[in-house]
Design a protein around this ligand. Structure first.
Ligand SMILES: *Cc1c(COP(=O)(O)O)cnc(C)c1O
Length: 463
């Protein structure tokens, strides 16, 4: 099992190499060269198994034997032991054949934990084997950074530095990054906005001597290992609802297209998926692409679902590669047009394939708030604004009522208490297992948006 770049000009890599590399050398994303298949009997045999055993059976064929079975099972066990629910990603019924898949029972209350908790263990395994260390640097608008710090705290092989915009993330998000005491994880509050943080990270990766000196690595959402880990909960949810004998539909709050691409992977390996609904907020480039065939940037406007305020959905490139018949040169040309001209149009065949595989919907701010209120009134449940965007799409794009519709609950409402309270009048409480972060001492470096200053801090503070 090898991985190829979506731009066709980078060496094929094994699973662990693709995971450590993140981005391919030609600027592309790694995808499996061939797809393993779970037969109907394989899927039927998952009924009644725990999350970890299903995770092992779904992911194992993608690893190509780079870890031993025992190593991989142990990594999975340790990744999910810290989740606050024994089912790890439980389903909750919210209506007639309507379901929520709760992905927020991990340590930082967002679905990013499902992937990063496992990826951190796999990084440690791969680095230990190589006798290597890395310095992970990332920019965050909230959820990814806290999940990365939580996943890598105490790692013997990685130092982690997360840049966030000073004063512009919620208190819970900040405390999740500033309260872990382990010496290998660091929160950096940058005097600037999220774009400034991202530009600084890009500048450090482009600074070759620095990159090589500290062994710079990334764990952003284009990492194949993250996508793969997210495939598992599509399978556990569908099996609970009757797969392989019954098809299941999913509505997925979408930003970078990583989570919904994992649903596509589940379908490619044999899961009977009736539809995948791309749920966007008013930053709706993907919804417009499905409607018009034009993939064109229009500027990002902030919303109450900030983790979806994105217009370059980086994982969309993985799907584009398939829509282009796995033609790396064509995919590269489209991505270059997106960079240089702000967009591209899909040809008739590619657009027809996109529409055959996906459906889409958009929620503006009022519709998002209404979905929070309606869900509370109907079920007594509080949902986060991202989840609300997904629920809005699930209602609009519902097909046959006999097909279960599963909306992915991507974060716990307590991560976005102000937006939830403004929408419905109730303030979600932080789960008891996180209460300690509101008292624990914080450790954070406030630094100017200046590459030299950040690099100096990293050189001084890495192990
Ligand atoms: C990251 C995130 C999303 C978007 O997921 P993608 O994989 O980037 O499409 C949606 N909701 C929440 C809460 C997130 O943290």
């Amino acid at each position: 099992m090898l991985y190829v770049s979506t731009r066709g000009r980078a060496p094929k890599l094994a699973f662990d190499e693709a995971m450590l590399a993140g981005l391919a050398r030609d600027g592309g994303l790694y995808v499996p060269e061939t797809w393993p298949v779970l037969s109907g009997a394989d899927i039927a045999a998952l009924a009644g198994l725990g999350y970890e055993e299903t995770a092992f059976r779904v992911m194992w064929p993608f690893l190509g034997g780079v870890f031993t079975e025992a190593e991989f099972r142990d990594a999975i066990a340790r990744a999910y032991a810290g989740f606050g629910h024994v089912a790890r990603c439980p389903l909750v019924q919210i209506g007639a054949n309507d379901w929520l898949l709760e992905l927020h029972h991990g340590p930082t209350l967002a679905f990013k934990d499902v992937a990063l908790q496992l990826v951190a263990r796999l990084f440690d395994l791969a680095l230990e084997r190589r006798g290597a260390r890395v310095t992970i640097v990332g920019a965050t608008s909230g959820d990814t950074g806290s999940a990365a710090i939580e996943a890598f705290r105490g790692s013997a092989r990685a130092d982690v530095f997360i840049l966030y915009p000073h004063g512009r993330i919620s208190e819970v998000q900040r405390r999740q990054m500033t309260t872990p005491a382990e010496a290998n994880v660091h929160a950096i509050a940058v005097e600037g906005d999220f774009d400034a943080c991202q530009d600084l990270v890009k500048a450090m990766f482009a600074h070759e001597s620095f990159r090589d000196r500290v062994g710079l690595a990334a764990i952003n959402s284009i990492n194949w290992a993250r996508v793969l880990a997210q495939t598992v909960y599509y399978v556990t949810a569908a099996v609970s609802l009757g797969a392989p004998h019954r098809r299941v539909a999913f509505s997925v709050p979408t930003g970078n297209f990583g989570d919904i691409f994992a649903g596509h992977v589940a379908r490619r390996i044999g899961l009977p998926v009736e539809r995948l609904v791309i749920a966007t907020n008013r930053n709706d480039i993907l919804h417009r692409t499905l409607a018009t065939g034009e993939h064109r940037r229009a500027g990002v406007r902030p919303t109450i679902s900030p983790s979806m305020d994105i217009e370059v959905s980086s994982n969309f490139e993985r799907l584009l590669f398939e829509l282009c018949d796995n033609d790396g040169a064509r995919t590269a040309a489209l991505m270059e047009a997106l960079r240089a001209q702000g967009g591209f149009s899909l040809d008739g065949t590619a657009l027809a394939r996109l529409r055959a595989g996906f459906d889409s919907s958009r929620a503006d701010e009022d519709e998002t708030r209404a979905a929070i209120r309606d869900t509370l009134a109907a079920t007594g449940l509080l949902v986060c604004p991202h989840t609300a965007v997904g629920l809005h799409a699930a209602r609009l794009r519902r097909g046959d009522r006999a097909t279960p519709m599963v909306t992915l609950a991507t974060a716990h409402p307590a991560k976005f208490p102000d937006a939830v309270e403004a929408a419905c009048g109730l303030r979600p409480a932080l789960p008891a297992r996180l209460a300690h972060i509101m008292q624990a001492p914080e450790r954070v470096a406030v630094l100017p948006a200046d590459r030299d200053a950040i690099e100096a801090f990293i050189l001084e503070n890495r192990s």
